[in-house]
Design a protein around this ligand. Sequence first.
Ligand SMILES: NC(=O)c1ccc[n+]([C@@H]2O[C@H](COP(=O)([O-])OP(=O)(O)OC[C@H]3O[C@@H](n4cnc5c(N)ncnc54)[C@H](O)[C@@H]3O)[C@@H](O)[C@H]2O)c1
Length: 306
Amino acid sequence: MSGEVAIVTGAGQGLGAAEATALAAAGYRVVLNDLPGPALDETLANIRKNGGEAVASPGDIGEWSTAQALLSTAIGTFGGLDVLVNNAGVLRDRMIFAMSEQEWDTVIRVHLRGHFLTTRLATAHWRDTSKREGRPAYARIINTASEAFLLGSAGQANYAAAKGGIVALTLATARGCAPYGVRANAICPRARTAMTGDLMGPPPDGKDPMAPRHVTPLVLHLAGPAGDRITGEVFVVHGGVVALLGPPTVRAVFHAATGEWTPHEVEAALSTVFTETPPKPGFVCEQTLPLADTTFGFGGSGRETR
Ligand SMILES: NC(=O)c1ccc[n+]([C@@H]2O[C@H](COP(=O)([O-])OP(=O)(O)OC[C@H]3O[C@@H](n4cnc5c(N)ncnc54)[C@H](O)[C@@H]3O)[C@@H](O)[C@H]2O)c1
């Protein structure tokens, strides 16, 4: 790439640091966001040490002013914005019946509101640019969901809800902003980071198959020119695996004999499908779990997916 401009949130460590570093190495000029602190400074220093161009714009991604500062830094320092990677995230795991308001609000705020704020401002910028120039903008959004939304992870109602919301936000953005050139996709990554280290344990000797860097080639692809043909998609991605999810399907359709349901008729129709006691949640996708040896889903260990 030749100096296209990317924003990466949560770039202080883990996946965000890997994504920002890979984008800078590929020739993007990168605006790095994270909470203020040494981790963000370190990512910035590493990128610059390796000859990359980057600038830090620290702040809480749940604040409107942080998103504004990110966009104005991209435009003011580098002259525009081409790619937005929404990645910042936190966990506050708790069973739903014990979850505090604050645990709910924090997770929804950082993930879902954090994705919304940057998307809101970036898409308005791209819409203006596209109208002014009379052609679609170069505009890529890569959002970060999680397999937790596919599974409905039991101890992560806040996180699964935020990630499901991010997928819906991605689709609505892809549809609503297509005329202005915007391409919006979501990734469900798996990587050994501070967020998942306890669950995944230490890396094996030698190459770590779950290192965050394995996620970056897909991010680069979606950010790059070929990403123009990809929008409103959801990927699962980790060491050597990229899985493209299909849309939910209609599982069964029932028609009322008279065109209008009675409770009795509903029972007669649905009881042909729901025969198991106790019932298992039906709107769940577990197909992605066996895609890596290092897995931590519902199977076996009973552990949650991050
Ligand atoms: N690691 C995995 O296996 C995995 C799986 C699925 C989804 N994800 C998602 O990937 C993203 C990155 O996760 P990670 O594994 O690298 O975790 P991580 O904890 O290593 O990194 C998250 C980063 O987000 C930053 N952050 C937190 N709150 C912030 C705020 N309010 N404002 C700005 N920055 C903030 C943190 O400081 C940190 O640097 C998250 O959205 C996470 O939910 C990760």
